[in-house]
Design a protein around this ligand. Structure first.
Ligand SMILES: Cc1cc2nc3c(=O)[nH]c(=O)nc-3n(C[C@H](O)[C@H](O)[C@H](O)COP(=O)(O)OP(=O)(O)OC[C@H]3O[C@@H](n4cnc5c(N)ncnc54)[C@H](O)[C@@H]3O)c2cc1C
Length: 444
């Protein structure tokens, strides 16, 4: 077992003329975990640039009663450094909530509370600089130049990009984005007022779509159409053997497969990460039961239409939108109209645009960046100038990559690689399942 680091605080680098060892971009959970694990080591200089004025966790979907989909133990540090002062439990204790939290019986905290936890942890990480949107990264000589929107240029030896996944918007809708047609990630910014008596269309049958639909129903929206490509509203598979996919052992097994096998597996594992929480499904169903069976004549218009692919969106002459959908099996085309369209169409992991000057030097396979086991990009730059990508390896490291489950473990793998030694123990028990092709003790 490697030695556990002491928890001494580390001094951020203030002098812009100085080349920092590690420059991280984006203070979401991924890079907060990295900072929380690097900070106590004190052996490398770190600067973490965040475009917002404070840390916020998906603020556009921070609905009042939304809950997390993973245990609070899968926080920024606990899976690799349970003695860290930045654990979720330490947050509870400091806020004197520990007994109430346990009395409440929560395994999954509310997203609002996890957002508070992230901001509390960020406030204890001196390396973060806010209001610093990174625009471009290039290599000049043998260091990276990292240019922000204010024109500041930071220089760094290694980079860790944690800018998060990009909202996925259907091509047909992209040019119409605005206050009445928007991605679910901006829901709270444009939330339609239910008293307007206007028709709302929600596109997408995953967790975000379901949360938006439940919020609209709870707030009195009574004219709603919900479109999904899926053949039903399907629950998240949170069962024990499926949760084996969210372990270091499975990540190692997955990374060892060929690209085609990985693609096939990911397609079959969608509900392990993109299904709807059972509780949300029940609450939506209860609303509909009340409307249909109890309220009777005052039945509102709530139309749930599975197996529909959105193929076109056009503005209507009198305002609002005309939506064209195609049935996924018989290709029959149907038209819908709505005053507001909410695209709960998920997120995609892509090479961040800020790497545009280096794009031609980065190795891609099937359009995806090629990543080593330590999450560093394969590129033709100097071997000791590395670019690590957080939350961009679903195609190569498996379904857990965009999730919080392996967040601290992935940050620890990156820290070990940055320092060139096993500071953190990232090994784990083998899987409960004997996956074909996996060997006992397989590690990334
Ligand atoms: C609504 C929602 C709920 C989720 N709930 C769960 C859950 O319960 N459990 C779970 O396991 N997973 C969940 N996920 C999936 C995943 O855990 C989160 O997406 C997680 O936030 C990913 O962390 P990240 O740090 O990679 O990216 P993000 O959280 O997206 O953070 C990226 C950060 O980078 C900053 N940034 C972006 N570009 C720049 C730039 N150019 N310069 C500077 N800063 C920049 C952003 O402002 C942001 O702060 C959820 C996802 C969503 C969308």
């Amino acid at each position: 077992m490697p030695d556990r680091p002491a928890t001494a605080m580390f001094t951020p680098v203030d002098d812009l003329d100085e080349v920092v060892d590690v420059l991280a971009v984006g203070a979401g959970p991924a890079n907060l975990s990295l900072a929380a694990l690097l900070t106590p080591l004190g052996s490398v200089s770190l600067r973490l640039l965040e475009r917002r004025r404070e840390v916020r966790w998906h603020p556009g979907l921070l609905l009042p009663d939304a809950r997390m989909q993973v245990s609070f133990l899968k926080d920024l540090v606990t899976p690799v450094l349970p003695t860290s002062p930045l654990s979720f439990v330490a947050f509870l204790v400091e806020h004197k909530r520990f007994y109430r939290f346990t009395a409440a019986g929560y395994d999954r905290p509310s997203r609002a509370e996890f957002d508070q936890y992230l901001r509390w942890a960020a406030a204890r990480l001196p390396a973060i600089e806010y209001d610093q949107r990174v625009e471009l990264i290039d290599l000049r000589g043998d260091v990276f130049d990292v240019r922000t929107h204010g024109g500041t240029v930071h220089q760094a030896r290694d980079l860790v990009l944690g800018t998060g996944p990009r909202p996925s918007v259907p091509d047909c809708a992209r040019r119409h984005l605005g206050p009445t047609l928007f991605h679910a990630g901006e829901y709270l910014a444009h939330q339609p007022r239910p008293d307007q008596g206007r028709r709302v269309a929600v596109v997408g049958g995953g967790q975000s779509g379901a949360e938006v639909v439940l919020d609209l129903l709870s707030r009195g929206c009574r004219d709603l159409v919900w479109l999904t490509r899926r053949d039903n509203l399907l629950p998240l598979d949170d069962s024990p053997f499926t949760n084996e996919l969210f372990t270091p052992a499975y990540a190692a097994r997955f990374a060892a497969l060929d690209a085609r096998a990985r693609r096939d597996l990911l397609a079959g594992q969608v509900l392990a990460s993109d299904g709807i929480s059972l509780e949300i499904l029940q609450r939506i169903y209860h609303h509909l039961y009340q409307f249909d069976c109890v309220d009777g004549a005052r039945r509102p218009m709530v139309d749930i239409r599975p197996e529909q692919d959105l193929v076109a969106v056009e503005p209507r002459a009198g305002g609002g939108w005309r939506l064209v959908t195609r049935h996924t099996r018989d290709a029959q085309v149907t038209e819908e109209s709505a005053d507001t369209v909410i695209l709960a169409t998920g997120y995609t992991q892509e090479l961040p645009d800020i790497l545009a000057p280096l794009r031609g030097r980065i190795s891609l396979t099937d359009g995806f960046p090629e990543l080593r086991a330590d999450f560093s990009l394969v590129w033709d730059g100097p071997p000791d100038r590395r670019i690590f990508l957080q939350n961009a390896a679903r195609h190569s490291h498996g379904i857990a990559d965009p999730n919080l489950s392996l967040l601290a473990w992935r940050a620890a793998v990156i820290v070990n690689s940055l320092l060139g030694k096993d500071v953190y123990d990232v090994t784990d028990l083998p899987s409960m399942l004997s996956w074909a092709g996996a060997r006992d003790g397989d590690q990334l």
